[in-house]
Structure formats: C-alpha cells, structure tokens
Design a binder for this molecule. Structure first.
Ligand code: ATP
Length: 208
C-alpha cells in the first residue's frame, strides 16, 4: 500500500474528511475549489495537524491520533511541490537545488545533483535566479529540489497549471518518469479531468 489515509482536517468552520488507499503509482486528488485538496496535501506533509485519523505512506505511519504519532515534516521524507512552487528568490537555481539536497540524509541521496539536472534538463539554468525562469522551467526546478531531498513519496499541488501545451507535455513526461524509473508514489492535485484520466492509477474525489 503506498498511501493509506483516513483523516479529518479542520479549516476554520469546515471539517474536511478524506479517506483513501492506493496501491502505488500516481494518485490524483480531485474535487471542486475549496473542497480541501491543498489542506489534505498539507496534512500529509506534516504542515497541518489533522483533528483525528491516521496517515501511512509505504507502510510508515506518519500520523495516528489514537497512537499519538505525529512525525514532524522533516522526518516524513516527502518531496513537496506547492502550487506557488516556493523557490527561494534570492538563491540561484543551484542554491535552490542544494537546499533540497541538504535536507536528504546520506542514505536517501539516491540521485546526484548532476543526475537530477540531467533528468529534468535544467543544467543550463543552474546560474539563473528564479524570477528569470519560465513557468515550465520553474516547475522543473521545484521538482528537482523535491527529488534531491531524498523523498520516499512526492506531493504535487497542481503541477500542470499555467503551462502551455508543450511545457505541460514536458512536465507530464517527467512525472511519468518519476513514477516508472524512480518508483516513487505520487499524490497530485489536479482539476483537469484529461490530465487525471491520463496520469492517475487511482482517483480520489473530495466532496465540498
Ligand atoms: N489558513 C486557512 N484558515 C482557514 N480556512 C482555510 C485556510 N486555508 C484554507 N481554508 C479553507 O479551507 C477550505 C479548503 O481549502 P483548500 O485550499 O484546501 O481547498 P482546495 O480544494 O485546495 O481549493 P482550490 O482548488 O481552490 O485550491 C476552503 O474553504 C478554504 O477557504
């Protein structure tokens, strides 16, 4: 089992209830705006504490309210790619990638910086500042930083929005390679039904 999630997450007045299990590959989290997709991702990353429930990924329990388990974000080994990417503007691409690499303990450094730069075709960008990157380039750098952090799984919030068709194809190809060659479980949020139909092995629908 890659993702095994059964949580209630409170956001102000709202209680977001999310329950799913998936066997591996790519899991898509879909639902209308405000349904709580980003909140569920934050709960998996350890940035938002669920009110109750349990989260396990790849057999490791990350959160269990009854057993009083709540691993801090840095102990969860998840690579996160937020909707706004959150690259450090004052660091060059190389500095952003090195930040991810420093988060990875030696035993989980399964990719070198050169391999990631090659895999994502970002070697020519290493000296650039994030503000000079196109949307697709910035997405690839954010994916690179996440991969270098030695993740056991990846969380991606709308990784395909705001891209033209050619760049979308490039990012889709990267996501498929991460699934096929690195075999990392991926949970991605998307509102595009065509993307979901193409990419997802499991679809989880969050209702408002
Ligand atoms: N920091 C916050 N404090 C209080 N309520 C919040 C906070 N962040 C989000 N919410 C509310 O929680 C609910 C779920 O928001 P969330 O961003 O998780 O939804 P979403 O499905 O990802 O939406 P979208 O597709 O628009 O990004 C919404 O009603 C939102 O207004």
């Amino acid at each position: 089992m890659s993702f095994d999630v059964d949580v209630t997450v409170r956001r102000g007045e709202r209680a977001i209830v999310c329950r799913f299990a998936s066997a591996g590959g790519i899991t898509a989290l879909v639902g209308p705006s405000g349904a709580g997709k980003s909140s569920v991702l934050e709960a998996l990353a350890g940035l938002l504490r669920p009110e109750a429930g349990r989260i396990a990924v790849g057999g490791t329990v990350l959160f269990d309210s009854l057993a009083r388990v709540n691993l801090p974000p840095e102990a969860r080994a998840c690579g996160v790619m937020f909707q706004d990417l959150r690259l450090f503007p004052h660091r060059r691409v190389l500095g952003n990638l090195l930040y991810g690499q420093r988060l990875a303990p030696p035993e989980r450094r399964f990719l070198s910086l050169e391999e990631v730069a090659d895999f994502l075709d970002i070697a020519p960008l290493l000296g650039r500042r994030p503000r000079t990157l196109s949307g697709g380039e910035a997405q690839r750098v954010a994916i690179g930083r996440a991969l270098l952090s030695g993740p056991r799984f990846l969380l991606m919030d709308e990784p395909l929005t705001a891209l033209d068709d050619a760049r979308r194809e490039a990012i889709i190809a990267v996501i498929e390679r991460i699934r096929d060659e690195l075999a990392l479980p991926i949970l991605l949020v998307s509102h595009d039904r065509a993307d979901v139909a193409r990419l997802a092995d499991t679809v989880v629908e969050l209702r408002p």
